[in-house]
Design a protein around this ligand. Structure first.
Ligand SMILES: [Zn+2]
Ligand SMILES: [Zn+2]
Length: 344
């Protein structure tokens, strides 16, 4: 039996390396993928926090932002063949619950997630059903393709708030997700894009990749600064943090839109409901998107945006814990784990 050395989530913030068999196809619809790289996500940090801020099943391999090459396909897999480059749409929905039947499969009540409830992609090999895999052109650089999953969440989110060419957009939270929003809005023809964060590292990074304006609310009167830059206030405000709705309401122009994207399940910010009513604001709660995957593939294949500019560090699979610490330090943007599955 061939084995692989992989980090196993042991619960309570623990990762331990173990020898595990290389997975084999079980169902006729299964695909074996040789993983090339997998991004470390904020969700992984939440899984590994003590106490955890995101649930995961102990004794699994985590990691859900993977890119790889098909190694083997089951008898009923018709759309993929060995050698195809694939990316992972990690959420496996049931297709049977009432939300799935209404077409709201991002709200499926019986879902499994690759890298959270079942084995994920911080490994040289992953077995996944073909429904979780999307073929992507080998012409897309690996380091752009590895950001497919987080980008798909952004694609799904921006779809909800109609944007007009020239709209000014404020994004609160200049981490990897906030900066993916910025890239996306630039591609969609936004006017000014303004990033807000309290961390100088992140604001500097945003400037380096060409974001129009960056603001630190510990240094400026934020609502006034946004007024000065935009004239009216923001047409669209994105909360990529998860507890910034109160601030977002102050930055939107009358009739503007607010997108809530970040997830902070334990925070309960106070909200001024009057502002929403009086100024005709539209609030969009958005979660992982409703089948944004085909669009995301097209976007990456178009080459119109290069999410790889957000990658600041790379670690080998044997150093996943160090990669997690680097992400936690706040002195990195995206950290990619190279899983060693690309050289065959
Ligand atoms: Zn993720
Ligand atoms: Zn369902």
């Amino acid at each position: 039996m061939q084995t692989m050395t992989v980090p196993i989530f042991k619960g309570e913030g623990k990762l331990e390396y173990e020898e595990r068999p290389i997975p084999r196809l079980e169902e006729a619809t299964d695909v074996l993928v040789k993983i090339e790289a997998c991004g470390i996500c904020g969700t992984d940090l939440n899984i590994l926090a003590t106490p955890p801020a995101h649930k995961a099943t102990p004794n699994i391999i985590i990691g859900h932002e993977g890119v790889g090459m098909v190694a083997e396909v089951g008898a009923e897999v018709s759309d993929l063949q060995p050698g195809d480059r694939v990316v992972i749409a990690p959420r496996l929905t049931c297709g049977r619950c009432r939300y799935c039947r209404r077409g709201l499969d991002n709200q499926c009540t019986n879902y499994q997630t690759i890298g959270t409830t079942i084995d994920g992609a911080f490994a040289p090999y992953l077995r996944a059903p073909q429904s979780a895999l999307f073929k992507i052109s080998p012409d897309v650089p690996r380091d752009d393709a590895v950001l497919f999953e987080p980008l798909s969440c952004v694609v799904g989110s921006v779809t909800r708030a109609p944007i007009q060419g020239g709209d000014n957009v404020v994004i609160i939270g200049a981490g990897p997700m906030g900066l993916l929003f910025a890239q996306m809005y630039r591609t969609l023809g936004a006017g000014k894009i303004i990033m807000v964060d309290i961390a100088p590292y992140r604001l500097n990074f945003a400037q380096e990749i060409g974001i129009d304006e960056t603001l630190n609310p510990t240094e400026v009167d934020l609502p006034r600064a946004i007024q000065d830059i935009t004239g009216l206030g923001a047409d669209i405000v994105v909360d990529a943090v998860g507890n910034q709705m109160g601030t977002a309401l102050k930055l939107a122009r009358r009739g503007g839109q607010v997108i809530l994207f970040g997830l902070r399940p334990h925070d309960n910010p106070a909200i001024n409901q009057y502002t929403i009513t009086r100024y005709d604001l539209t609030i969009h709660g958005t979660f992982v998107g409703l089948n944004p995957f085909e669009q995301t593939i097209q976007l990456l294949e178009s080459g119109r945006l290069q999410p790889s500019v957000l990658i600041t560090h790379r670690v080998p699979l044997s150093e996943l814990p160090q990669g997690v610490d680097m992400m936690r330090s706040g002195q990195t943007m995206k950290v990619i784990v190279e899983t060693g599955g690309s050289n065959q």
